[in-house]
Design a protein around this ligand. Structure first.
Ligand code: ADP
Ligand code: MG
Length: 728
């Protein structure tokens, strides 16, 4: 007999539910009463479908008894089929399963089941093909009014054992302490935690389930936002390493020699950044803007202000190609202002050091010396910048290009090279949906460059179906025409060659195993490779005489640099490449891009890619070739062709992708505890919780007045969750 003592959330389960406790612990890590309460049904079945009122195509849930169960070999294909006839006493319906020994072992004549599925008609009989079902015993049906909860499966336990276990636990609990402050519950009309959990485990109606889920979703959002608000509050109290007054001589000299005037948007963002740099706390700002929006100039002005204030600025790029390109373009923008100490350099100026993993040791030693002595005010590099040997004279500011490729350890490691907290500016060209900006990046201020600087001629995009006769040949002919007018072009492929995957860190073929993609599972042709496409192009008569080269991540770094340099100087007409050219590569004379097997790329990635062309005075042309045929993939491509609004495409991307894809595998790795909140879709809840959290933290930074909420936050900040937040 069980004890009559009331259970507490941290009570062990086995005194209450006996041997089921062991199975729950082994399979699901459910140990305490509190754990079990938060082990929640994933779906609910209702008993109200009537088997005498079946309609083809409708989803029904039926309760009945299996009257016969017969397995037959199939004649037309391999394997066998189980037909279990379900009767509710009035009407029979056939449940059919292919090759399913597991079902044979459960669906014996006489067992009672609750089954759900889509009604079909076959041989003049009603049919449920591969329905979901749960075995019932009579007690189960009798004991539960309302909806029947279906729990995640636990080996060795029947769903009904879980229903019973929850019944025992709910019965033994008195009041459940609520981590949500009462005034917030009341403000949003949400039930207390005890009511909520009862509604989830023993719902009387779908409306109750919905309300309970609202409450859980809000609770998750609030915990997340309090963590972020606390972090912002803490950062606001830090002393900045460096006070940057602005208006220094190097910046002024740079502005004088700049060949264009900043857009209004750039001026506004520069002002925001300058205010951060002059303030008492270190800057922590995210700068987003389309490819070509002019983020680099904005960042460079902040770096020059930093040098004016007597400190160094580091720019961290995700790849060697990009680091080298930043080095080239920043050197060009600065001219003699970047050559101080060299013959002909300016007295006012500074020096620009480049540090990458693959540079020669003499070059590297010189760069390291410039960094440690402070002669280089601007230091550009890849993750090689993060290595221990790299010491700064006085690092005051860090700019990170394309944040989503860097984890926080890396950000922190660079921060750690400064004497005290440096200013941090993160640049991204991937428009970040608002919900993600409020969560993954929720501890940063954000600035956005929403217009492109003038002088761009725009870009037209078309989809080319490679299966249509002559279309591919016409594509190569168009490529030839473009290059013979003196322009240059990219041909981008989703992989390098046979047997190689996509480029590292790149989401080509992201949709290959998307269960929501109707194309999934169907045999798809091998992805087009760079090497194969190169062979195709050099033997195509319409391209005879044009200079064609390849670029991909597996080339030695020196070769990559050489190819990029040759392309930048117009010594290559057509660059056949992987997505190494995705971000930042900037050659104004390149006006055409062909993306092969474009359906293997994500929406945002295609948008990024085509941003490489149409950057100068000539209009850009982007051809997306595909062999995919009609379907979801074709619709994605049509959407990319229809608009050049990056934010619109980012939203679309979000709607089409799964959470993990957008956040990156590591970022979503810890979301085990986000059971209800979707970081992509619950914008309103997240925004509300953000305001509430700001209020709470302003009044009570340590949550001393809300110990239960503080405890919930503690749980959240267990290593894996913390990692989830950190991997911005
Ligand atoms: P992003 O880093 O946002 O992709 P960049 O800063 O590299 O964009 O700018 C793209 C190109 O536009 C560069 O060649 C840059 O010099 C130029 N550019 C930037 N701002 C302006 C402006 N206000 N007017 C004209 N050209 C600009
Ligand atoms: Mg850039």
């Amino acid at each position: 007999m069980l004890t009559h003592e009331m259970a507490r959330l941290d009570s062990a389960l086995s005194p209450l539910i006996g041997s089921a406790a062991k199975h729950l612990r082994d399979a699901r890590g459910v140990i305490t009463v509190g754990d079990l309460l938060r082990f929640l049904p994933t779906r609910y079945l209702s008993y109200d479908s009537d088997a005498t009122q079946l309609h083809e195509g409708e989803f029904v849930v039926l309760i009945g008894t299996v009257v016969t169960a017969v397995t037959r070999r199939m004649t037309s294909r391999r394997g066998s089929m189980l037909t279990a006839v379900l009767s509710d006493g009035h009407q029979e319906i056939d449940m059919t399963f292919f090759n399913s020994r597991a079902h044979e072992n459960k669906l014996h004549p006489g067992v009672r089941v609750i089954a759900g599925g889509q009604v079909g008609r076959y041989n003049r009989r009603w049919q449920l093909a591969h329905p979901g079902y749960t075995l019932l015993d009579d007690a189960a049906t009798a004991a539960l009014p309302g909806l029947y909860p279906v729990y995640p499966s636990v080996p060795k336990l029947h769903n009904w054992n879980l229903v019973q276990a929850l019944g025992l636990v709910l019965g033994a609990l008195d009041e459940i302490p609520d981590p949500l402050p009462q005034h917030l519950r009341e403000r949003h009309g949400l039930p207390d935690v005890g009511t909520t959990l009862r509604m989830l485990h023993r719902p009387e109606s779908r409306a109750q389930v919905a309300l309970a889920r609202d409450r859980m979703r809000y609770e998750e959002a609030l915990v997340l936002q309090v963590v972020l608000a606390q972090r912002r509050a803490k950062r606001a109290q830090e002393e900045a390493a460096l006070h940057v007054p602005g208006g220094g001589p190097l910046l002024a000299a740079f502005d004088d020699r700049l060949s264009f005037s900043l857009t209004d948007g750039q001026v506004a963002v520069c002002d925001e950044i300058q205010a951060d740099l002059a303030g008492p706390a270190p800057m922590n700002r995210l700068l987003q803007g389309e490819v070509g929006a002019g983020k680099t100039v904005v960042a460079l002005r902040a770096m020059l202000s930093t040098v004016d204030a007597g400190a160094q600025a580091a720019l961290l790029a995700p790849t060697e190609v990009l680091a080298a390109q930043h080095h080239r373009s920043i050197s060009a923008l600065l001219g003699d202002l970047g050559e101080s100490g060299y013959l002909g350099g300016s007295d006012l100026g500074t020096r620009i050091a480049l540090l990458t993993g693959s540079q020669g040791s003499a070059q590297r030693r010189r760069a390291l010396a410039d960094v440690v002595s402070g002669d280089a005010g601007i230091v550009i590099g890849t993750h090689a910048l993060l290595q221990e040997q790299v010491a700064f004279y006085n690092l005051g500011m860090v700019v990170i290009d394309e944040q989503h490729r860097f984890g926080v350890e890396q950000r922190d490691s660079l921060r750690g090279k400064a004497h005290s907290a440096p200013h941090v500016l993160v640049m991204t060209a991937t428009p970040i949906p608002r919900t993600i900006a409020m969560t993954v990046f929720g501890d940063m201020e954000t600035s956005t460059l929403s217009e492109l600087p003038g002088g761009r001629s725009g870009i037209s995009t078309f989809v080319v179906d490679e299966h249509r006769p002559g279309w591919l040949a016409r594509t190569w002919a168009r490529l030839g025409e473009e290059c013979r007018t003196g322009r240059q072009a990219y041909v981008v492929c989703p992989r390098i060659g046979p047997g190689s995957g996509g480029e590292e860190g790149v989401d080509a073929d992201l949709f290959a195993d998307d269960p929501t993609d109707p194309d999934a599972g169907a045999a798809r042709p091998e992805m087009m490779g760079v090497l194969h496409t190169y062979e195709e192009l050099i033997s195509d008569p319409s391209l005879t005489g044009l200079r064609i080269a390849v670029l991909h991540g597996k080339l030695p770094a020196d070769d990559k640099d050489a190819v990029m340099r040759d392309f930048a100087h117009g010594r290559i007409d057509i660059l056949v490449a992987t997505t190494v050219i995705e971000v930042g590569v900037d050659v104004a004379n390149a006006t055409m891009m062909i993306v092969r097997d474009a359906d293997r790329f994500g929406i945002s990635q295609l948008h990024q890619l085509r941003g490489r062309v149409g950057r100068g005075e000539h209009a850009g042309l982007c051809l997306l070739t595909t062999r995919a045929g009609p379907g979801a993939a074709a619709e994605r491509l049509a959407a990319v062709a229809a608009t050049t609004d990056g934010f619109e495409l980012a939203q679309l991307d979000v709607r089409q992708r799964r959470e993990g894809d957008v956040l990156g595998a590591r970022q979503s790795g810890g979301r085990g505890r986000l059971q209800f909140l979707s970081l992509l879709h619950d914008e309103e809840v997240i925004a509300t919780a953000r305001v509430d959290a700001g209020e709470l933290v302003a009044k009570d930074p340590s949550m001393g007045r809300h110990p239960l909420l503080a405890a919930a936050i503690e749980t959240w900040l267990q290593p894996e969750q913390a990692e989830f937040l950190e991997k911005g």
